[in-house]
Every structure is written in structure tokens, then in C-alpha cells.
Ligand binder design. Structure first.
Ligand code: ARG
Length: 458
């Protein structure tokens, strides 16, 4: 089969070179975007009088019929035609004859591939935004049931202060909200049209770039043809946002792994989201959150890979840029798969309130409240902190918790203590008292929950 660019060559391409340089194995994913871009381009060629209306009609018919075949999986791609662009152009010429060769007027594969990538990433970005919403809905459905479920809050993975479980879950809601915002914002830049930039310098034909941009739903066109064909920032941006998103998924997954361990027993993941061991009959392993945590590595890798590919690339198009695709496809698939699992896994997990409560009643995480109590009686906080520190030490030495000490024992440390400290120390009251805006106090958590629901409804 002769190459579409064969005129200048006297020898066949080495077969290994052909295989090495071809991208069709992976860029066939862009078939529909490629056809969409071509339809807009040929419409523009017609409207600018660059090719006759009958030719436009024929080309459009040909492209539409190829699109049907792609949708029905009736096409087979060939490595000889290197990439999706030349495969489809070849099919078009086979379908409608030599007039199909007019499609590539005033266009290069360089602006063509960039256009395809913009279209692809626009679709995927919207998809991922939707999938994040499902995760947020799952978080909200659990949070609604657990405003008054109390568990230890940690710093340094040491028990710090008791908190509402809904408060803990909602922390992730806001992380995902920012991820969504970042994706939404990136659409502004994805919506720049490179089409019509030509190989690098524009074209001699009187094209109308705004026209094809509008056809494709882009908001504006790249003002510089060199930038248009060389830019992969929009992909880097997607990969960066994806990395942050995946890091959030990974942190949440890590907590789910910890919480479902024998040591914590705060949650139990549904059987349908766990797997067993081939040797140890008792095992129920949290494979899904483990794998979500593990897959974060490849998402970071795809970002670093493309950053490295782009570093030091001279303008304008270089074949290196073909390496922009596989990592991006992989990240899209990894994210979509991860988010699709995360939502139902959160939704179906069982929260073990009693174990959480048992944990907060067997620790010293109400110590800050005692210090606050003394500070409320006019003792400088630093001094109060010192006194409570000594009380905690005393309690540990006597194998007791703060609620087990008597008023008499308290008064040995400070005369400011009165009977009401036992109310102050109750875990429920400890949580309820943190009523500052954004705090874990139950009424604050209710407010936060309503805000989150409002955000999601928008
Ligand atoms: N397959 C190529 C890519 O993905 C398309 C652009 C090729 N342009 C070129 N001048 N070789 O980047």
C-alpha cells in the first residue's frame, strides 16, 4: 500500500520503523473526534469557497458513513497508514474516490491531532466531573446518617480530639469539590481551537478559523499558529488535576484500609468490595481501596512522563509529541474506573458507631476541654495546659481516664475545678462545644452538610 505522503520517497519504509512510529494502535480512540474535526474543517472550506459545495457534501457523506462504521466496530485500521488521521483519510478516499483528497486542504496533521486531543479531553473532563459528583453524593448519604457519630480525630495518627464522623467524611467532600472546580476551570483552556494553524505557520488558503472553532464548540482560537500545534499544556493541566484528585482518593482509601483493620474496626466494607485469601480462610481484604491507593503511582507517572517529554522540545511539532497520548488515555481510564468504584464502596460500607464511641471513651482526647475549662475560669491557657498535662500523667500512672478521676483528685491540682467538669468531659459535649464556624460541633456540621448539598444541587 503506498503512503499518503509517498511522493518524495524512493524506498519502502523499514517495517520496524513503520511499527515503531505508528500510533494507530492507541490513537484509534480518537476516531470520532477526528471525524468531528474533519466535518467542521470541510464545512469551513465550503463556506469560504475554497472547495465547491458538491465536494463538501460528498466528503461529509463519506465521513458520516465512516463514523457509522466506527460506531458499529466495522472498520479495521492498518499500521501502514500510521495513525488515525491517515487511516480515516484513506477510508474516505476509498469510500468516495479522489475528491476525498480535498479534505486535507489548508490543514496539517499537526493542527488536526491537536484538535482531536482538545475535543477528546473536553469530553472526558466533563465525564470525570460527573463521576466526582457521584462520589460526593455517596459521601453526603453517609454524612447525613453520622452527624452525631463520634470517633477520635487524629493528628500524628495519635488520638487528638473527638469529632463527628460526618465532619471527617465531609472533609473529603470539599477536596473533591476543589478537584471539580479545577477541572471546570481547565475547560476554558481546553476550549481553544488549534484548527487552521496548519503544519506550524498557518496556510495560504483564505480559511476562517473562527468558523470551524464555532462548529466544534470552542470558545476561541489560538492566536499563534506555532503555539497552537506545540501546546500540550492543556493535557499537562489535566494530568496535574488528575494527580491531585488521585491523591485525594488515595488518602481516603488509606483511611478505609486503616478503619477496616482489626486494630480500628471503625468500618466494615461490603463483602462485594472485598476479596479473600487463597491460603488464610479468615481473611477479608480491602483490595479495592488498596488498589486505588496503588494506582495513584501510575497517574503521577503519566504527569511526570509528559512533563519530561515536553521539556526541551523546540518549536513547533516534533514526533515526541505523539507520546502525549497513552499516558493521558491511561489516566482517564484509571480515574474513571477509580471514581466508579469509590462511590458505591462508600455508600455500602457499614459504620461501626459503637466501636468508634468506645475508642473516644477510652482515651485522653478530652484533655483540651479541661484546659479550655480552666482558661475559661481566667487561668492563662499556657498555665492551664501545664496543669492538665500533670493531671493526664497522674491518670495514666493510676490507670484511669479523665472521667474516672474524682473531683477531689482534680482539686488537688487546681481549686478552680467544680462538679460541672464531668459534663464538660463527656465525649458528646466535647464535640458539641467546638461550635466555631467550620468546626465539628453538631450544629456546625449540620450547616456544613447543608452547604455541601446546596453545592451539589447547583
Ligand atoms: N500521530 C501523530 C501524533 O500523534 C499525528 C501528527 C503527525 N504529524 C507529523 N508531522 N508527523 O502526534
Amino acid at each position: 500500500m503506498s503512503k499518503l505522503w509517498g511522493g518524495r520517497f524512493t524506498k519502502e519504509t523499514n517495517q520496524l520503523v513503520e511499527k515503531f512510529t505508528a500510533s494507530i494502535e492507541f490513537d484509534q480512540k480518537l476516531a470520532l473526534e477526528d471525524i468531528e474535526g474533519s466535518l467542521a474543517h470541510v464545512e469551513m472550506l465550503g463556506s469560504c469557497g475554497i472547495i465547491p459545495a458538491e465536494d463538501v457534501e460528498q466528503i461529509k457523506k463519506g465521513l458520516t458513513s465512516i463514523r457509522e462504521k466506527v460506531l458499529n466496530h466495522e472498520v479495521s485500521f492498518s499500521v501502514e497508514d500510521e495513525d488515525i488521521h491517515m487511516n480515516i483519510e484513506r477510508m474516505l478516499i476509498e469510500e468516495i474516490g479522489p475528491v476525498g483528497g480535498k479534505l486535507h486542504t489548508g490543514r496539517s496533521r499537526n493542527d488536526q491531532v491537536a484538535t482531536d486531543m482538545h475535543l477528546y479531553l473536553r469530553n472526558q473532563t466533563k465525564e470525570i466531573i460527573e463521576l466526582i459528583r457521584f462520589v460526593q453524593e455517596a459521601i453526603i448519604s453517609q454524612a447525613k446518617q453520622h452527624v452525631e457519630t463520634i470517633l477520635p480525630g487524629y493528628t500524628h495518627l495519635q488520638r487528638a480530639q473527638p469529632i463527628s464522623f460526618a465532619h471527617h467524611l465531609l472533609a473529603y467532600f470539599w477536596m473533591f469539590e476543589r478537584d471539580k472546580e479545577r477541572l471546570q476551570d481547565s475547560l476554558k483552556r481546553i476550549n481553544w481551537s488549534p484548527l487552521g494553524a496548519g503544519a506550524l505557520a498557518g496556510t495560504t488558503f483564505p480559511i476562517d478559523r473562527q468558523f470551524s472553532a464555532k462548529q466544534l464548540g470552542f470558545e476561541t482560537v489560538y492566536p499563534n499558529s506555532l503555539d497552537a500545534v506545540s501546546d500540550r499544556d492543556f493535557i499537562l493541566e489535566f494530568l496535574s488535576i488528575a494527580s491531585i484528585l488521585m491523591m485525594h482518593i488515595s488518602r481516603l482509601s488509606e483511611e478505609l484500609v486503616l478503619w477496616s483493620s482489626q486494630e480500628f474496626q471503625f468500618v466494615e466494607l461490603d463483602d462485594s468490595f472485598c476479596t479473600g485469601s487463597s491460603i488464610m480462610p479468615q481473611k477479608k481484604n480491602p483490595d479495592v481501596p488498596e488498589l486505588l491507593r496503588g494506582k495513584t503511582g501510575r497517574v503521577y507517572g503519566n504527569l511526570i512522563g509528559l512533563l519530561t517529554t515536553l521539556k526541551g522540545l523546540p518549536l513547533a511539532y516534533n514526533k515526541d509529541l505523539q507520546e502525549d497520548k497513552e499516558g493521558m488515555f491511561d489516566t482517564v481510564e484509571t480515574l474513571a474506573g477509580s471514581l466508579q468504584l469509590l462511590a458505591p464502596m462508600i455508600e455500602t460500607m457499614t459504620v461501626k458507631r459503637e466501636n468508634m464511641y468506645k475508642a473516644v471513651s477510652q482515651d485522653y482526647s478530652n484533655a483540651t476541654d479541661l484546659a479550655d475549662y480552666l482558661a475559661g475560669k481566667g487561668i492563662p491557657f499556657r498555665e492551664a495546659h501545664e496543669i492538665i498535662g500533670r493531671i493526664v500523667l497522674y491518670a495514666i500512672q493510676h490507670d484511669k481516664y479523665l472521667l474516672d478521676l474524682s473531683l477531689g483528685e482534680y482539686r488537688n491540682f487546681s481549686g478552680a475545678f467544680e462538679e460541672d467538669i464531668f459534663e464538660v468531659l463527656q465525649p458528646k459535649n466535647v464535640v458539641a462545644a467546638r461550635n466555631s464556624y467550620g468546626g465539628t460541633g453538631f450544629s456546625q456540621v449540620e450547616t456544613q452538610l447543608n452547604l455541601a448539598i446546596e453545592k451539589l444541587e447547583k
